[in-house]
Design a protein around this ligand. Structure first.
Ligand code: ADP
Ligand code: X2W
Length: 312
């Protein structure tokens, strides 16, 4: 007698395909950075929230770190302030810092918390200022061999994971804005959201860092071709870093930092694709760029991403 096949069988097969990944990640922290450029429309943002809640309900511990570069640009413009970037970082005057804080903590973070909480009392928003989560000192980037003053931009000196871990233990989804407090001068500092996400992923011992942006992944020869590098090791990435340009620099530096500091995989994926998080996880080939540590031992058998990018 042949087994009867129900018409919904493909749906069951999709769920079963995800089983090894879900088993491996059960109880693990996944840090997801949602870039301001990926927040293009309401439908996408709602799908992002659904994906994050799905991970939470499937037994993972998602932590969201959000950006908001374009939203800050628009608000500065409304205030008659110019947006200027040096070494990929926003030149942040004290007046601009007020706007940055207002937009990140008061607008973007609130919106994401609201979308996540449509699914239950899950999300809690905080900034790096809360409970000493992110501490920084004033950052002076080197441009053409000179240290340059770009205002209230912070370089992370410490992460206190206590508040985030308490929220995770309580089943919540922390949503974090990339603003840091200074231990010494009493100021608050603007931190690039990719850098903050990478530092948090490392400090939390996350399984994966996922960076959602507005390109398909790391292009091999940007802007001349759109061939995406699907997988690379830390050393391969390190060699590429000097050739990367502005937006990708903090992102790929962050990925490198994460995999060199205990995170098993760091991925850059296209946040403009609906349900990109679930697609990256549940499709064999993955949809973006995956960075892995050099030492295969660091990615133990238990953590080899066979579902997510099994071919990579
Ligand atoms: N090699 C590269 N591959 C892909 N994108 C690149 C590359 N080099 C520079 N970029 C630029 O980086 C941008 C992504 O960074 P960014 O604008 O800071 O996004 P987000 O708001 O998501 O942090 C892309 O839109 C692209 O213009
Ligand atoms: C110092 C610095 O540049 N901070 C960033 C923080 C927001 C951010 O990183 O947003 P995206 O992820 O959308 O680019 C800024 O002011 O734009």
């Amino acid at each position: 007698m042949t087994a009867r096949k129900h018409s919904a069988l493909p749906k069951a097969q999709v769920l079963i395909e995800a089983l090894p990944w879900l088993t491996r990640h059960n109880g693990r922290v996944v840090v997801i950075k949602f870039g301001g450029n990926a927040m293009v429309d309401e439908e996408l943002k709602a799908a992002f929230a659904q994906d994050v809640v799905f991970l939470r309900q499937a037994g993972l511990k998602p932590v969201v770190v959000h950006g908001g570069g374009p939203q800050i640009n628009a608000a500065l413009d409304r205030h008659g302030l110019v947006s200027e970037f040096k070494a990929g970082l926003r030149v942040t005057t004290p007046e601009a810092m007020d706007v940055v804080r207002m937009v990140l903590a008061g607008q973007v973070q609130r919106e994401l918390v609201g979308l996540l909480n449509q699914h239950g009392p899950l999300a809690v928003g905080l900034t790096g200022e809360d409970a000493h989560t992110i501490t920084a000192v004033k950052h002076f980037p080197t441009i053409d061999g000179e240290l340059v003053d770009i205002g209230r931009v912070g370089e992370i000196t410490g992460i206190d994971t206590g508040a985030i871990e308490a929220l995770l233990a309580d089943g919540r989804i922390p949503v974090i804005s990339s603003i840091a407090r200074a231990a010494d001068d009493g100021h608050v500092y603007n931190v690039n959201a990719d850098t903050a996400a990478a530092a948090l992923a490392a400090a939390l011992g996350a399984e994966t860092l996922m960076v959602l942006t507005d390109v398909e992944g790391l292009y091999e020869d940007w802007p001349h071709s759109d061939d995406v590098i699907s997988r690379l090791t830390a050393t391969e990435l390190e060699k590429l870093l000097p050739d990367l340009s502005s937006g990708m620099v903090p992102k790929m530096r962050g990925c490198l930092y994460a995999v060199r500091n205990g995170v098993h995989t760091a991925r850059v994926i296209d946040g403009r694709v609906q349900h990109s998080i679930l697609l990256e996880i549940f499709t064999d080939e993955g949809i973006g760029t995956m960075v892995v540590p050099d030492d295969p031992q660091a990615t133990t058998a238990e953590h080899v991403p066979e579902q997510a990018g099994g071919a990579r």
